[in-house]
Structures are given as C-alpha cells and as structure tokens.
Design a binder for this molecule. Structure first.
Ligand SMILES: [Zn+2]
Length: 542
C-alpha cells in the first residue's frame, strides 16, 4: 500500500490535480508544436512537478496522439515504455544521487548526441537539479546553450535559488503551487474509488489538512490508512495514523484561560495525558487554534478558506472570538507561543501547559489587559453569525489590576496594589523568604553577568504571585533591561539555583518615595556606572 502514489500516478493531463495555468500552457505548446529546449519546474515537493514532466514527455513522444489534442494515448509502445520507465527516449535523472560532472557527461551529454530511438524527442527529466556540482552545472549549461534539435530538458527543483542564473535564464520557467484543499480531496476520493475502499468525509478533510497541499504526502497518508486492511475507513481508525485536531478540547482550554478556571484546565491536561494524547502536539494545535480565533475575529472569510471550517465549527469559534478583546487575544497568542520554550526542560509533559494556564491567568493580572469596551473592529466579509457583542465582563471576570506600568511623577508614594478580587494561588514561597535570599541571588547572578547585579541591587522584590516574582524597578531603563529575554533568563536561572525551583520574573515600575535629586548623589553615580556598563542611554525620568 505504500506505493499508492506510484500506482495512481496521473497518466493524463486531465487527472493531474491543481497547476491549471501550467497545464494549459504546456498543453497549448504541445498542440502548437511551439517547444523550447529547456524547461524549469520549481515549487514545493509533492505538487506534481515530476508527474507533469512525464505526461509532457509522453504527449510529445506518443505515436498515436491526435495533433489537435494534447493527451497521450497511453496505449502505444512509446506511451507504455514511458509509463513503466523503460523508454530509451525519456530519461529520468535524480541529481541528488548523481551530483558529479562525470555522470552528467555520460548520462546526458553523450546520450543526447544520439537520435531518439522511437519517439520524436529525446527528453531528459533532471529531478532535484539544484543538487548538481558546479562543474556538472557548467557541463549542463554547454549543452543547454547549444542543444541538438531533438533534445528537451526538463529541470525540476524545490530550490531554484541554488540553480545558477545562467541555467535559469535559458529555461522556460514554471512556478508550481501547493494544491488547493478541495483538489487534494478530489484526488484522494478518486484514488479511494479506484482502490474500492470507502472513506468517511471527515477523514478526507483530515488527510488533506495534514498534508498541506502536498498531494504526494496526502496519498502516502491515505496509503497508510488503507494498510489498516479495512474496506471502510472511519474517523476512529484514522486516529491510528493521523493526529486529531482537538478542536473541542482546545476551545475548553482557551475558555479556561479566559475565565481563570484553573481547575478545569488542570483536569483537562491530566485527562489528555491519561488518554495518551501527545501534549506537545496539543500545545502546537493550541497555537494554531488561537490563530484561528484571530482569523475568525478579524477575517472570517480567510479563516474559512485556511481552515476549511464547516458552519458549526465556525459559529463555535466565533463565540469564543466574540468574547475576547483584541488585547487579550494578543497576550494569549504571544504567551502560548512563548511557552513552547518550556518544553526543552520539561521532565513532566503536563508542565508547560499547566504553567501556561497559571501564567496567563494569575501572573497575568498585568498580562491579560483589562477588557476594553472599545468596539471590536469589524471586517470585510463578516459572517452573519458573528456575534458583534463587546466582550462581557460578566462572562470573563478578569480583575482589573491597578499596577502602575509607567513611571509616575517623582515624589509620589507607591501606587502598587491590586484590586482585592484578584484570586491568589497558594504561595510556593513567601516574599520574606525571597528577601532573605536576595543577597544570595545577587551573588549568583554575578557569576552569570557582571553588570546585572547592579540593577538588582537597586530593585526590590515586591510580591510572589503563583510562580511569578514581581520585581520593582525605579527606572525605565532598568525595567527594560531586565525585560530583555537574555537578562530575565539569567535572573530566572539564578533564582532556580538559589531557591531550587523555578520562578518567573515580572519586572515592573515602582514609584520612588523620595524625589530624585537633580544633583549627583551616590545612587545616580551608581546609575551612571550602570548605563556605562550596559552602553545604554537611560530614559528621561520625568
Ligand atoms: Zn501513445
């Protein structure tokens, strides 16, 4: 069954999926006998470059083709020999395994001098042509520049950038595209019919989706499904071969984040793990799902096209999209992508998703911005089903933190506090314990970075919320420096060393209780040293 793709390789123009412009141009050239000596087919793998090259060659050498028609007969000796790969006039060369100049000389240049044995043309199909060595390209260039009249070259490549311009400029070029979803499905249905196997529509959708416009991959997946050995393939059977898009569970997860429903999300993660679901795959699908929410929110038509959604699925996602503000969406999108980094060191596969839930829901009192009452931007092609409602505070219940994010005017007292309805998870370490270990932390940081402790000496630990330590900084320059990924990673690494468990840090501005003197006091001298150490320019303080 693994050779499904070969067995069902299209033998006629009309059975080739996609590439309609390329097909019609080449078919017209055949009918008009208006050929060039060299063609370059470039584009992604598995989208029909070699199949079209073979049918093109077959049409040109078919002994029984009607001149006004471009289809080969597939019955004459020439056609049969080309189909079975035995033709002496149509030669396929895999440049990936024959990169050297000697092979090009023997297999192509010398061979090209002989007239075709049966057909009208001698046709060389050179696959993965970008793999040829420079000397092989030079040899090829010579014969392409002055080809014998009966010779046609078809060069195929996935990487046209690696083909010398001197070669490209002598070819008629065809840019192959990925095959549209609908055409992949049509192709799969044709293959299944020929194999006498019935397949549920949802399975076709999943195969087409998984193969991302590559027909060869799609047919290979279908072949794996057929190898299950059943005459009817159901969606449940497909789970053995294809990753399922956990759309219902993804929706529950995102709603859990929005509602700060940690219990539901932790249970969901555990259930998925118990069911043997690959949680990394789930995380990747979560990113895809959030992207889908974004598309549904701002460009429903594009969402429909890209994700091939049926109406029920679209309405269900519109429901979530309608309840998320653009700001929330942006934060959740970014944090979910960022959380992929936790997989590197996760010994327990549940941790990255658990941490993501906690981080957005709790650490995120500042991560998830309060719901704005701005109107959600409408978009072209907005579906009728799209709830245009503004995000509802009742439904989302995101507390509005009152944390100063900007440096307030000098001399005011600290405004750092949160609204009392912010739920707090059980603390894993108290602020006092952090303060006691602050000097140890500074020493540890010193071993990683010589200037970073200077900032930390001027900062203060403010609060531990869940697994996040909020650090107060008096200067925007300090805050921005600590916010840099490299720096925050170092601080978190040092925290892990000192505490024995991971904490994330969240640098934020605090107001200073005494006005900063314009004169240089001890602190401002230290500050100047610091700026020098980081070669930075401090932001104005007021
Ligand atoms: Zn024929």
């Amino acid at each position: 069954m693994s050779s499904l793709y070969r067995r069902h390789r299209p033998q006629k123009w009309e059975t080739i999926s996609g590439q309609s412009n390329i097909k019609s141009t080449l078919q017209q050239e055949i009918k008009d006998v208006r050929l060039v000596n060299a063609y370059l087919f470039f584009g992604p793998r598995g989208v029909g470059k070699t199949s079209i090259a073979r049918i093109f060659a077959k049409s040109l050498n078919c002994a029984m083709r009607i001149p006004t028609d471009s289809e080969p007969c597939n019955k004459c000796t020439n056609c049969e020999e080309i189909t079975s790969g035995r033709s002496l006039d149509v030669l396929e060369i895999d440049a990936a395994s024959h990169t050297g100049v000697d092979h090009v000389r023997e297999a192509i240049i010398e061979n090209a001098q002989f007239a075709p044995s049966k057909g009208a043309y001698k046709i060389f199909i050179i696959d993965e042509v970008h793999m040829l060595s420079i000397s092989a390209f030079n040899a090829l260039l010579k014969i392409i520049e002055e080809p014998p009249a009966h010779v046609i070259f078809i060069l195929a490549t996935t990487e046209p950038d690696k083909v010398p311009e001197t070669i490209i400029s002598r070819c008629q070029r065809f840019d192959f595209k990925k095959i549209p979803h609908k055409e992949v499905i049509a192709r799969l249905k044709l293959v299944a019919t020929e194999e006498n196997i019935s397949v549920e529509d949802e399975v076709y959708e999943r195969v087409a989706r998984q193969s991302e416009g590559c027909v060869r991959d799609a047919e290979s997946l279908l072949g794996q499904l057929f190898s299950i050995g059943e005459t009817a393939i159901t969606s449940e059977m497909a789970d053995l071969v294809l990753p399922r898009f956990y759309i219902d569970k993804l929706k529950i997860f995102v709603e859990g984040i929005l509602k700060k429903d940690i219990i539901t999300n932790l249970n969901l993660i555990q259930t998925l793990a118990n069911e043997g679901v690959d949680l990394l795959l789930f995380h990747e699908q979560l990113i895809e799902f959030i992207r889908l929410i974004m598309l549904v929110k701002f460009n429903p038509e594009l969402a429909r096209q890209s994700f091939h959604l049926n109406d029920a699925a679209l309405i269900s996602i519109e429901d979530v999209a309608g309840r998320m503000s653009p700001e929330q969406l942006s934060v959740i999108f970014e944090e979910t992508i960022d959380a992929k980094k936790w997989w590197k060191n996760a010994r327990i596969s549940e941790i990255p998703l658990e941490l993501l839930t906690l981080k957005i829901a709790y650490a995120g009192s500042s991560l998830i911005p309060s719901v704005s009452h701005r109107e959600i931007p409408s978009s072209q092609g907005h579906s009728k089903n799209q709830p245009v409602a503004e995000p509802s505070l009742d439904k989302i219940q995101i507390p509005t933190p009152v944390i100063t994010n900007q440096l307030p005017a000098c001399g005011t007292t600290s405004l750092l506090h949160e609204s009392s309805n912010t739920p707090q998870p059980p603390g894993i370490i108290s602020l006092d314990e952090i303060k006691k270990k602050w000097n140890d932390l500074l020493k540890r940081v010193q071993t990683y970075h010589h200037s970073l402790p200077v900032i930390l000496r001027m900062s203060e630990p403010l609060e531990v919320a869940g697994n996040v330590l909020r650090i107060g900084l008096k200067y925007t320059f300090h805050r921005d420096k600590i916010k840099e990924r490299k720096m925050s990673d170092l601080v978190e690494k040092a925290l892990l060393d000192v505490l024995g468990f991971p904490l994330l840090i969240e640098p934020m501005m605090i107001t200073v209780s005494t006005p900063v003197q314009p004169d240089k006091d001890a602190k401002s001298i230290e500050f100047d040293d610091l700026v020098q150490a980081f070669s930075g320019i401090p932001a104005p303080l007021a």
